[in-house]
Design a protein around this ligand. Structure first.
Ligand code: PRP
Ligand code: URA
Ligand code: MG
Length: 237
């Protein structure tokens, strides 16, 4: 196919970067291709005896893949440039401004990879912690660019377990006027309970993830899971 005839309307939907599952509640879940390489990366970090530097390094490798897959879901618009030999390249660029919103604390592990691929991206913050006993989320702090309602939001949290934290964060964004369809939840691992919780309330929110676990244990940790991501990543375990 010549460059002139190549389609350039980028899709705000599945690409080769992910497989898409339409959960019965309507959420679209974009799962990274389950390659041997991805499984090998997961093998390092799921090992309870993993050294911290390996956990951080290999988690970062997967987060980079997730970030790239999430960017593929955003809308693009035509943008032509002239090449050094004087021809027109019929290109694309992001159609709307972006903002990354990590859910502090564990979501901050994903911020550096997003900054590495989108230089100068604006970053909002939502600080939510699960109560250690009740597992219910508590919202402590938020900070956003004032035009967030017009932006495509990459909401970052590596863990989607019961879904309580994600729902609380999405509610904050919705209250600020962000449409569900403008939110891509970038997530490391999830489980059917978390997908169902988000899909039931916010079917327009897309979820990008690298693994769907079997379910939750009695302490609301995912199984087989990874343990407490924040504690392992930041060294507070
Ligand atoms: C973890 C994780 C998610 C949340 C997921 O955060 O980072 O934010 O739990 O669980 P849920 O889907 O059942 O709400 P945690 O409160 O442990 O704080 P942390 O980010 O400091 O680790
Ligand atoms: N938070 C984590 O860090 N891990 C889980 O399995 C669930 C919530
Ligand atoms: Mg958290």
């Amino acid at each position: 196919m010549s460059i002139a005839t190549q389609p350039r309307t980028a899709a705000a939907h599945p690409t080769a970067a992910t497989s898409t599952y339409h959960h019965h509640l309507g959420t679209s879940v974009h799962l990274l291709p389950q390659t041997d390489q991805l499984r090998a990366l997961h093998t390092v970090i799921r090992d309870r005896d993993a050294r911290r530097e390996d956990f951080v390094f290999y988690a970062g490798r997967i987060i980079r893949l997730l970030t790239e897959a999430a960017l593929n879901l955003l809308p693009f618009e035509p943008y032509d440039v002239t090449t050094p030999v004087g021809r027109t390249y019929q290109g694309l660029r992001f159609a709307e401004n972006l903002v990354g919103v990590p859910i502090v604390r564990a979501g901050e592990s994903m911020e550096a990879e997003l900054r590495a691929v989108v230089p100068g991206i604006r970053i909002g913050k939502i600080l939510i912690q699960r109560d250690k006993t009740t597992k219910q989320p508590r919202l402590y702090y938020t900070a956003f660019p004032e035009d967030i309602a017009t932006r495509q939001v990459l909401l970052l949290d590596p863990m989607l377990a019961t879904g309580g934290t994600a729902l609380a964060a999405i509610e904050v964004l919705r209250d600020l006027g962000v449409p569900e369809e403008h939110i891509v939840f970038v997530n490391f691992i999830t489980c059917p309970e978390g997908i169902a919780a988000v899909g039931e309330r916010y079917p327009g929110v897309r979820i990008v993830t690298s693994a769907i676990e079997e379910g939750l244990n009695e302490n609301a940790y995912m199984m087989p899971g990874i343990g407490d991501f924040g504690d392992r990543y930041f060294g507070t375990d």
